[in-house]
Design a protein around this ligand. Structure first.
Ligand code: HEM
Length: 157
């Protein structure tokens, strides 16, 4: 299936990526995790995103889903749903260079009434060759913006 024209700059991102990450936050103990993410083209002018993680012991951990749109001229919109009761509306930039792709997004976040409060987040995806590195920062539970996640994934066959 041929990508819609707006998604051509994101072509190298399409596929499934697996690897490991580390988590931290000022209020929690650091942890490691296994991660698998997919950016899928479904014939529409957006990519369908899904992520699943497992703890180092193999037990299911966080997962999330979303939709990524490139609306032109490097502008990105990424809508994400969190099973922990938050919704993220992220916007940012796609920068393509000889080295690869960098996606930088900042989100407004809404938290359900019983969910932990997350007020803003920042995501970066850096694709160089077949390695996809990501980071996630958040302002949550009364803390200023701080690193929560860093991962390094490789393209899955
Ligand atoms: C790779 C994805 C993620 C993993 C593996 C992960 C894992 C964890 C773990 C193990 C904890 C500590 C124990 C706990 O409170 O459950 C935690 C805390 C937390 N995470 Fe994540 N998380 C992920 C993504 C996210 C995202 C996307 C958000 C926000 C939208 C988020 C928000 C939080 C919050 C608010 C806490 C609680 C901090 C506290 O209570 O002090 N996490 N996460």
């Amino acid at each position: 299936m041929e990508l819609t024209a707006n998604l051509v700059p994101l072509a190298d991102l399409v596929g499934t990526w697996t690897g490991q990450g580390t988590g931290e936050y000022p209020t929690i103990e650091p942890f490691g995790y296994h991660e698998e993410i997919t950016f899928a083209f479904v014939g529409k002018p957006f990519l369908v995103y899904s992520q699943r993680t497992r703890g180092m012991d193999g037990a299911p951990l966080h997962m999330e889903t979303g939709y990524l749109r490139h609306t032109g001229a490097g502008h990105l919109e990424f809508v994400l749903a969190q099973p922990t009761g938050q919704a993220e509306l992220a916007e940012g930039n796609l920068v393509a260079s000889d080295d690869g792709l960098v996606l930088e997004l900042t989100a407004r976040v809404w938290s359900a009434s019983t969910a932990k409060d997350v007020s803003a987040s920042r995501r970066t995806y850096r694709l160089v060759g077949d390695t996809l590195s990501s980071s996630f920062d958040m302002a949550a539970v009364g803390q200023p913006m701080a690193r929560h996640l860093t991962s390094e994934l490789v393209r899955s066959a």
